[in-house]
Design a protein around this ligand. Structure first.
Ligand SMILES: C[S@@+](CC[C@H](N)C(=O)[O-])C[C@H]1O[C@@H](n2cnc3c(N)ncnc32)[C@H](O)[C@@H]1O
Length: 210
């Protein structure tokens, strides 16, 4: 089984501090989104990296439509900057429309699960990365440009936990380097989180599917 974690993701509800700013006041979205709320965000610390639900959206679309997921060999989690963890059932079809996806994220923050009425396909729990990792079994690989350059096929194990940063710039907020077995770089340039995700998934598929 591969466990895939998007860690320290920049997914959050609009902070109260900026709720009255004109760029936010008339916004339909309650999820902080840098593409809409940029003008208001300068009042927030670390504003340059925050408000990126689009990273979570693309990452989940790719992970949940992958062959590995269809084969039942992938579990995907989104850990957020405020230490919430979203558990995503493998059978979840991630909605392709970005605004509707943000609507679902809003529901998760509000009700803790989606759909709120029936059996949950996605569930949000207040939990830090360490707690999540304690529940999972497998070799822990952190993906980072600071890591040692390695071929993914060489380091993949049948039970593996792959951790990828869900933020556009800066470093991990969680003390993740202390929690892992290996820190790996896969290319000499910085790549988007979803590209690193699909590289890891395909490397695992090539080694362990069929
Ligand atoms: C856009 S990057 C975040 C930028 C941040 N400066 C960093 O390097 O962590 C998103 C995530 O993708 C992964 N990543 C990006 N480029 C990588 C590379 N060349 N090798 C390994 N992981 C990479 C890391 O997990 C990173 O946190």
């Amino acid at each position: 089984m591969m466990h895939l974690i998007l860690a320290d993701s920049e997914l959050e509800i609009i902070p109260k501090k900026i709720i009255k700013h004109p760029a936010v006041r008339n916004s339909k979205s309650k999820i902080l989104d840098a593409s809409l709320h940029h003008a208001a965000m300068k009042g927030l610390k670390q504003w340059q990296r925050r408000g990126r639900p689009d990273i979570v959206h693309v990452f989940l679309l790719i992970a949940n439509e992958s062959i590995l997921n269809k084969e039942g060999m992938l579990r995907t989690y989104v850990h957020t900057r405020n230490d919430e963890v979203i558990y995503i059932k493998p059978e979840t079809r991630i909605i392709k429309n970005y605004n509707r996806f943000k609507g679902l994220m809003e529901q998760l923050f509000e009700h803790g699960k989606v759909p709120p009425e029936n059996e949950a396909l996605m569930e949000m729990r207040k939990e830090n990365l360490e707690k999540l990792l304690d529940k999972l079994e497998g070799k822990r690989i952190l993906f980072s440009m600071d890591g040692e350059r390695r071929k993914l096929e060489d380091i993949m194990e049948e039970d593996v936990i792959c951790i990828i940063g869900g933020f556009p710039s800066g470093d991990f907020l969680s003390p993740v380097h202390k929690m892992v077995d290996e820190v790996v770089s896969i290319y000499h340039e910085m790549l988007p989180a979803w590209i690193v995700g699909i590289e890891a998934i395909v490397a695992y598929e090539n080694k362990f599917v069929n």
